[in-house]
Ligand binder design. Structure first.
Ligand SMILES: Nc1nc2c(c(=O)[nH]1)N[C@H]1C(S)=C(S)[C@@H](COP(=O)(O)O)O[C@H]1N2
Ligand SMILES: [Mo]
Length: 372
């Protein structure tokens, strides 16, 4: 208190003492620029993911795009094709929504035979939640004049992956938008600067980053990532595809593996829940491996298609305990136990793993991931 502090800065950074709170990067060595980075959900509170910690999934690196040269093209089955500069787009009415984005491959280590031992965010953190602001697609589609014969929208990004996805037009009109802003500032390069598609509640792959082209079409494009990927063989022998919606999931972020309970006594169990179908209606927590459940408190406001924070008090006796959380959404969907998910989907799953997660607390207060 006896000397002045540090000078001001043009752009703030977290305290140096928090430098351990970072994304965990898993790069695909064979393919340059291909990989993921995970949000450290276990180190965060509240529901908004700081932009610098938003998870990343890149198929071919992060393109550096000059905002004044970038254009969005809307064409295909339309009365007239349209091209927008970013400045022109910014003159349209903008709306903002707090929404999660989750990769369809998030939590896929849950399909492994043995429970993976990593920090909670490094298994389930291909999911993040931001306030996204941009122009509703319905406005732009109406201006282009969509042909009545069209029922799909094909979106393409400007990265070297040339990734394309197909989206039903009805969804595009209902709540999709092209975003220019993330958490109040321009979208970060990693998350799609200067323009990205936002497809609320559906597989992250549909939210095309560095968006350059929207084609109104009669049929889906059947690109590699919606045929060879994002399809799964079912026990019936048929493969499912276009499994767009992300089902309800919940996760206890604290206590969680890598943290340690410091002796018996009172703790708060804290976690996140979300659903691609709508609002989280309830989250139940069990501290005895699923024998008994009690409703946790939901932090208000509970927003549709957004992270919802849940919390509940717990007195730890010092004896081994298994902690679980179970989310339900307003469509009536209830997050399944792992055994039920496997019974329904079989053993060829890779995407859409959303089973109940179990953390075991041992006598020393150490926490590990278990299957029950
Ligand atoms: N152009 C482009 N868009 C893309 C991708 C990509 O590699 N290129 N990855 C997709 C996938 S699989 C996901 S899960 C989300 C990840 O968005 P984020 O990196 O902002 O978290 O972007 C999607 N959009
Ligand atoms: Mo993804």
């Amino acid at each position: 208190m006896k000397t002045p502090g540090q000078p001001f800065s043009n752009y703030g950074q977290p305290s140096l003492q928090e430098r351990g709170v970072v994304r965990w990067i898993s790069a695909n060595r064979g393919v340059p620029g291909n990989g993921v980075s995970w949000t450290p959900l276990h180190d965060l509170e509240g529901t908004i993911t700081p932009s610098g910690l938003h998870f990343e999934r890149h198929h071919n690196g992060v393109p550096q795009i000059p905002i004044d040269q970038h254009r969005l093209l809307i064409h295909g089955q339309v009365r007239r094709a349209l091209t927008f500069s970013m400045g022109e787009l910014a003159r349209y009415p903008i709306r903002s929504d707090i929404l999660f984005i989750e990769c369809g491959g998030n939590s896929n280590a849950g399909w492994h035979q043995l429970p993976q031992q990593t920090r909670a965010g490094f298994m389930h953190g291909l999911a993040s939640c931001s306030e996204w602001a941009g122009v509703p697609l319905s406005l732009l589609l109406d201006e282009a004049g969509v042909d009545a014969s069209a029922s799909w929208l094909i979106a393409e990004g400007a990265d070297a992956a040339a990734i394309q996805v197909s989206l039903p037009l009805a969804k595009a009109r209902r709540d999709c938008f092209v975003a220019l802003y993330q958490n109040g500032e321009r979208i970060r390069p990693e998350n799609g600067y200067p323009l990205r598609l936002i497809v609320p509640g559906w597989e992250g792959v549909l939210s095309i980053k560095w968006l350059r082209r929207l084609e109104v079409a009669r049929e889906p494009v059947m690109a590699r990532n919606e045929t060879a990927r994002y399809t799964e063989l079912q026990p019936s022998g048929k493969a499912r595809m276009f499994t767009f919606v992300m089902d309800a999931k919940s996760l206890i972020t604290s206590p969680s593996p890598g943290q340690r309970l410091d002796g018996k006594g009172v703790y708060e169990i804290r976690g996140l829940a979300w659903s691609g179908r709508g609002r989280i209606r309830s989250v139940e927590v069990s501290t005895d491996g699923g024998a008994h459940w009690a409703a946790a408190q939901l932090q208000q406001p509970v927003l549709p298609l957004a992270f919802t924070r849940f919390r509940t008090g717990w007195t730890w006796s010092g004896a081994p305990a298994v902690l679980k959380s179970r989310a339900s959404d307003d469509s009536g969907y209830v997050q399944p136990e792992r055994s039920a998910l496997i019974a329904e989907r079989g053993r060829h799953g890779y995407f859409h793993y959303n089973a109940i997660v179990s953390w075991q607390v041992d006598e020393d207060g150490e926490i590990s991931h278990v299957y029950t």
